[in-house]
Design a protein around this ligand. Structure first.
Ligand code: FES
Length: 161
């Protein structure tokens, strides 16, 4: 039985010889799948590179401090989303009490905090600082509160300003 992992990518010279140099349906599908595979891999690599090194235009737009919007349906109640706001990571949290946008950069040594939906606090994984949604320090070594952004709901958009 042929292993499911024995699929060959592309058309080898051996394939061409066996078919007398003709392009068979199989070799055509191999070429097509190879092209699709490389397009998919290229798209993933491009997305990762843009995330790690955003274009100058994106950096300038974020640094300029213009409002940032997020579709409301992207953050269900109880959920959170990490975004870039004014060039810095922010965590946007949607609770039954409202929507909050808090800097995700810990004021202790700069680790990235995350929303713990069970404990309902922002947690720094490095030295266990805990923050409330208004940015205030609940406990831990953080010397000052996390900066917060103003949040408005306009239609179906969450607007940070
Ligand atoms: S970096 Fe966050 S508590 Fe130390």
């Amino acid at each position: 039985m042929k292993s499911p992992f024995s699929y060959k990518v592309g058309v080898t010279m051996e394939d061409r010889i066996q078919t007398g140099g003709k392009t068979t349906r199989r070799s055509f599908l191999n070429i097509l799948l190879t092209v699709i595979l490389f397009i998919g891999i290229g798209g993933v690599i491009r997305t990762i590179l843009l995330f790690l090194w955003p274009s100058k235009e994106i950096i300038q737009r974020e640094a300029a401090g213009g409002p940032t919007s997020i579709p409301l349906n992207q953050i269900p109640v109880g959920g959170s989303k990490m975004i870039r706001y004014r060039g810095k990571p922010f965590v946007v949290v949607h609770t039954a009490a409202g929507i909050f946008a808090v800097s995700a950069v810990c004021t202790h040594l700069g680790c990235i905090v995350y929303w713990d939906k069970d404990k309902k606090v922002l947690v720094c994984p490095c030295h266990a600082a805990f923050f409330a949604l208004n940015g205030s320090v609940i406990s831990g070594p953080a010397p000052s509160p996390l900066p917060v952004a103003q949040v408005k709901i306009v239609g179906e958009q969450i607007i940070l300003s």
